[in-house]
Design a binder for this molecule. Structure first.
Ligand code: BT5
Length: 253
């Protein structure tokens, strides 16, 4: 697999709790930058803010990439989720003709439903990132009845929307190739080379949205028009008073 993949370190598992947690263990054991952790199944797949990610055997791609940047400051790291979304959306649209769209910040949609999600976790000192773990989940071959009841109205898969069954073992090397190239460019040049691609495939900009922003002790809902994205990957929102706000993370309802 390595020769096809152009990845030096790939750790492949049948079952893990979460590939992000497994990536963290590999970080602690000294695994090098650009290591990839793949699992056929996650028993405790994770979403953001303690949410769970349904990751059954056979039907999806569940994997994480570990990066140990030499010289990346914490404030320059956050667009990596948007870079990931832009690269994945571009791949699905341009290489396999599937109209995957991006909902800021970390959702991949097919039609109105979620087909994939990204969970970026990091450890930083004041001035530099120690590791970035980018976890990617893509529903590949599930049919609607394969999802638990609570997800059926909001989740879909590549096959569910297109009627085509995909081979995960072909999809994964292609995606890793694109992602690793993109992360190398991102570490050199930041978000700028990816911003336009993100804008092409997003469904957030130009819309009136309501966004839940979670603070240390509370949640706030902000309504407004999504105006654009900053060079750091934050969302520019014009609120009901006409004031522009910069939102660094949140959940669009
Ligand atoms: C995400 O969180 O979308 C990030 C998902 C990242 C998953 C990958 S898999 C490999 C790596 N290892 C991990 O442990 N995680 C990463 P969030 O935006 O918080 O969305 C979570 C919500 O999506 C849940 O609360 C459900 O409503 C919904 N959901 C859960 N499983 C889903 C699935 N398979 N497909 C679509 N929606 C799902």
């Amino acid at each position: 697999m390595n020769s096809k993949l152009n990845v030096d370190n790939i750790f492949y598992y049948q079952t893990v709790d979460s590939t992000n947690l497994t990536a963290l263990k590999h970080f602690e054991e000294g695994a090098p930058s650009f290591s990839v952790i793949v699992a056929e199944e996650q028993k405790q797949g994770r979403g953001r803010l303690g949410r769970s990610w349904f990751s059954p055997r056979h039907n999806g791609l569940w994997f994480s990439l570990l990066l140990r940047p030499d010289n990346l400051s914490p404030e320059n790291a956050s667009p990596i989720t948007l870079v990931t979304a832009a690269v994945l959306a571009a791949y699905f649209n341009e290489k396999i003709n599937l109209p995957v769209k991006i909902k800021w910040p970390n959702d991949l949609l097919l039609g109105e439903k979620k087909v994939g999600g990204i969970l970026t976790e990091m450890k930083a000192e004041q001035d530099r990132i120690i590791y970035l773990i980018i976890g990617i989940g893509i529903n590949v071959n599930q049919q609607n009845e394969d999802f638990p009841n609570e997800l059926r109205c909001k989740a879909t898969s590549l096959a569910g929307e297109s009627g085509i069954r995909f081979r995960c073992e072909n999809l994964l090397p292609a995606l890793l190739d694109e992602l690793i190239k993109a992360y190398k460019l991102f570490l050199n040049q930041g978000f700028a080379p990816f911003k336009q691609r993100w804008e092409i495939y997003n469904v957030t900009l130009g819309r009136d949205i309501s966004i839940i922003v979670t603070g240390v002790a509370s949640e706030e809902s902000i309504k407004g028009t999504a105006l654009g994205i900053t060079s750091g990957g934050a969302l520019r929102l014009r609120d009901h008073r006409g004031v522009e706000q910069i939102i660094h993370s949140g959940e669009i309802k």
